[in-house]
Design a protein around this ligand. Structure first.
Ligand code: ATR
Length: 282
C-alpha cells in the first residue's frame, strides 16, 4: 500500500479531467508527496464511493459534474462560500475526522481575473449570463470585489430573478431575461451558461459590452469558444476562457489540503503552450 496521502477527483464523465495532472505538477513544484487519481463516479454511486474513499484513509476529494450538489449535501460542515454556492467542489478531512466542504470555483475565477489578468472589478457593472449552478458559485466572490452591481440574465427569466433574490441582501443583484439587456452596458460579461459546450451563443444585443470591456467564459476548450470570439468581435479589451480559473480553483483546493500555495503561472503557461501546439498541429 502507498504511504503517500491520497487525493482524487470524482465525476462522470472524468476521462478528460485535467485535475490529476494539475495536482501532480503542484505536488512536484512544492515537494509534496501525494497521489491524485481520477475516478468515474455516477451520481447514484456517489455516497458509497465517497465513504469508501475516506474509510481507506483518503485525505481530500474534488467533485465535478454531476456531483457538486451531492458533495454539498454530504459535507459535515461547509465554508460560507460553499454554503451560498449550494455546491462543493472540494472535500477535506479535518483533524477530528469530519469532512469539510468548500467551493473554490468562485475564488478561482476572481484570482484569474484580478491577479493573472489585472482586471479591477471594483465599481464595475457585471453581467452574468446563465442562472444555473455555475452562476450561483461566482456571485458572492464577485460581490466581495466591491463591484457596482451584478445583473444575471437567463434564457428562463424566472430562474435569474429567483437566483438574484437569494443574494440581494449581500449587494446589488438583479435577474432578467436576455431581451431586457437592450440599452444596458456592462464593464464585465461572464458567460456561465452551458452554451460553449454545445457551440451556441446566448442572444446578446449589440453594444451590451462597454468599449474595452472584459469578457470571460467559464468554459475552457481547445479552440476559442463562441463567446470568447463574440467578445473579440465586440471590442473587448480582453476576452478570456476558463483555463486560468481551472488552475486557480485547483490551487485553492491544494492549499486547503496541504497548507501550501503552489505557483499557478507556470502551470497556466504550460497548458496554454500545449494548447497552442495542439491547435497548430490540427
Ligand atoms: P451549470 O451547473 O453548469 O450552471 P445548469 O444548471 O444546467 O448547468 O445551467 C445551464 C445554464 O445555461 C442555464 O442558465 C441555462 O439556461 P436555462 O435556465 O434557460 O435552461 C443556460 N443555457 C443552456 N443552453 C442555453 C442556450 N442555448 N442559450 C442560452 N442559455 C442557455
Amino acid at each position: 500500500m502507498s504511504l503517500k496521502d491520497q487525493y482524487a477527483v470524482f465525476g462522470c464523465p472524468i476521462k478528460h479531467s485535467k485535475s490529476p495532472r494539475i495536482h501532480q505538477l503542484f505536488a512536484q513544484q512544492t515537494d509534496q508527496s501525494l497521489d491524485y487519481s481520477a475516478q468515474e463516479v455516477p451520481a447514484e454511486q456517489f455516497i458509497e464511493a465517497v465513504k469508501a474513499f475516506f474509510a481507506k484513509g483518503g485525505k481530500g476529494l474534488n467533485c465535478t459534474i454531476p456531483l457538486k450538489e451531492l458533495a454539498w449535501a454530504f459535507a459535515d460542515l461547509k465554508t460560507e462560500r460553499a454554503q451560498l454556492a449550494k455546491a462543493v467542489n472540494t472535500l477535506a478531512v479535518q483533524v477530528d475526522g469530519s469532512i469539510l466542504g468548500d467551493n473554490t470555483d468562485g475564488i478561482g475565477l476572481i484570482k484569474d481575473l484580478t491577479e493573472n489578468h489585472q482586471v479591477n472589478l471594483v465599481k464595475s457593472k457585471v453581467l452574468i449570463l446563465g442562472a444555473g449552478g455555475a452562476s450561483r458559485g461566482i456571485i458572492k466572490p464577485i460581490l466581495d470585489q466591491q463591484v457596482d452591481s451584478i445583473v444575471i440574465a437567463n434564457r428562463t427569466e424566472v430562474k435569474a430573478v429567483e437566483l438574484a433574490a437569494e443574494f440581494v441582501h449581500l449587494g446589488s443583484v438583479q435577474g432578467c431575461g436576455f431581451s431586457d439587456l437592450e440599452h444596458q452596458q456592462f464593464d464585465v460579461i461572464i458567460n456561465a451558461t452551458s452554451t460553449s459546450l454545445t457551440g451556441e451563443l446566448p442572444p446578446l444585443p449589440n453594444n451590451v459590452l462597454r468599449e474595452k470591456g472584459i469578457c470571460y467564459d467559464l468554459a475552457y476548450a481547445l479552440e476559442p469558444t463562441r463567446f470568447v470570439t463574440w467578445g473579440l468581435d465586440n471590442g473587448a479589451l480582453k476576452s478570456l476562457d476558463g483555463l486560468g480559473m481551472l488552475i486557480e480553483q485547483a490551487a485553492e483546493a491544494f492549499y486547503i489540503w496541504r497548507d501550501v500555495r503552489p505557483k499557478t503561472q507556470p502551470v497556466i503557461e504550460l497548458f496554454d503552450t500545449e494548447r497552442k501546439q495542439c491547435r497548430s498541429s490540427l
